[in-house]
Design a protein around this ligand. Structure first.
Ligand SMILES: *[C@@H]1O[C@H](CO)[C@@H](O)[C@H](O)[C@H]1NC(C)=O
Ligand SMILES: *[C@@H]1O[C@H](CO)[C@@H](O)[C@H](O)[C@H]1NC(C)=O
Ligand SMILES: *[C@@H]1O[C@H](CO)[C@@H](O)[C@H](O)[C@H]1NC(C)=O
Length: 367
């Protein structure tokens, strides 16, 4: 009895006492975090038709350009940390003023660290172009509130960069003659890390101080790679995962160096998406999933189109319960998986986020 009376009161008090931290984030990356930029591009990489977004409440289940059934990892992290709305895509009309509220999303499906990544999809914003758009947002802010206030504002904002998967996937595709011979995996990893480092330094120069850089996940285990590499159920492509692990290791070393160089002035958090996602796939039953092999939408075999036509016969296969699937389509996790990933990145230990987790980064202040 007492508990049932007390509980609502405690809840109200807690809401009052908690300081209202605002949360601003600038989101960079690929389709894992694209919130609709590709809807404004001429591109083959789009998530603008049902059933994409089928579980996304703010749109009433309509597609938003997100490459999943609901929220992305960065949507969820923003919500938990107090964002009042999702940062809008930078290419959407009239979004400039969002820079000083919830932030802006620059991510673009099919894009990569390297400029040529995603070429076959035609339109996409490479990481370099995404930061070019951020630079425009920054000019807007400086016009509005001056250099000094802009710097102070950006110091508190979170800059998340989730990119690299498409570079790896492109590396394993048959070579495009125009680009010449394939470099070795080691040289390719070095290209990725050095190009990414250049862009991180550019963001730092533009005022970013709180960075979250995602490592690449175990791509050897995604339905697309498993099907195209003829990998049996419950197994992953070793070749692809080896390249990813090598890249992640070099990325961590590069971020360690940046943290040393820019210590006290900026924090570069490495988020170990590989480990988090690997654990989910290995122990999927413990996390409440029933399927960690195939996609909920689009079936197990190429061409993996996830599409819902007006008449049911023109639709691709859709699973009955998307909450029980790790994969939404052949490339991307379901919202159910994104919720687990977001929770781990927010509050996980040093094995998940290094040198601090995302909640700690949010609360961190520079002197
Ligand atoms: C900058 O911030 C200060 C302190 O918060 C404020 O008084 C001032 O009006 C701001 N300047 C501009 C141009 O917004
Ligand atoms: C970036 O990657 C390209 C290959 O795409 C490479 O030729 C170039 O040297 C790299 N740039 C840097 C700064 O490492
Ligand atoms: C869908 O296919 C089934 C059997 O193949 C057929 O009986 C049905 O009429 C089709 N429905 C539509 C709307 O075309």
């Amino acid at each position: 009895m007492e508990i049932s009376i007390f509980y609502p009161i405690l809840f109200i008090i807690q809401l009052r006492v908690l300081p209202s931290f605002s949360f601003t984030s600038f989101v960079f990356g690929d389709s894992l975090v694209d919130a609709g930029n590709n809807d404004y591009l001429f591109t083959l990489s789009k998530a603008d038709s049902p059933p994409y977004g089928i579980g996304f409440l703010p749109s009433g289940g309509k597609p938003t350009g997100r490459f999943t059934n609901g929220r992305t990892v960065s949507d969820i992290i923003g919500q938990v940390l107090g964002a009042t709305s999702f940062p809008p895509p930078c290419l959407a009309p009239n979004t400039a003023s969002n820079a000083i509220h919830d932030g802006i999303n620059y991510a673009s499906g099919a894009s990569g660290i390297l400029d040529q990544t995603g070429l076959l999809f035609i339109g996409r914003l490479s990481l370099k172009e995404q930061i070019g758009y951020f630079s425009k947002s920054r000019s807007y802010m400086v016009n509005l509130m001056g250099e000094k206030n802009t710097s102070e504002f950006l110091k508190k904002a979170m800059f998340s960069i989730t990119i690299g998967s498409n570079d790896v996937l492109n590396y394993f595709q048959p070579p495009i003659p125009y680009f010449g011979d394939k470099v070795s995996p080691e040289v390719f990893q070095d290209f990725m890390v050095s190009n990414l480092t250049t862009q991180l330094k550019r963001l730092h120069y533009l005022g970013a101080r709180k960075f979250v850089i995602a490592g690449v996940g175990p791509l050897g285990c995604i339905p697309y790679v498993r099907a195209t590499h003829l990998i049996p159920d419950r197994e992953c492509s070793m070749e692809v995962n080896l390249l990813v692990r090598g890249y992640n290791k070099k990325l961590q070393e590069a971020l360690d160096r940046l943290n040393k160089d820019k210590g006290y002035e900026a924090v570069f958090v490495y988020s170990n998406s590989y480990e988090v996602f690997r654990r989910i796939i290995l122990n999927y039953h413990q996390y409440g999933f029933e399927n960690a092999d195939g996609p909920c939408c689009g079936g197990y075999f190429p061409p993996f189109v996830c599409y819902k036509g007006k008449n049911a016969n023109a639709s691709s296969a859709l699973c009955n319960n998307r909450a029980k699937y790790v994969f939404w389509d052949a490339y991307h996790p379901t919202e159910a998986a994104n919720l687990i990933i977001a929770g781990q990145l927010l509050d996980g230990g040093r094995d998940v986020c290094h040198p601090m987790n995302i909640r700690q980064l949010h609360l961190h202040s520079f002197n």
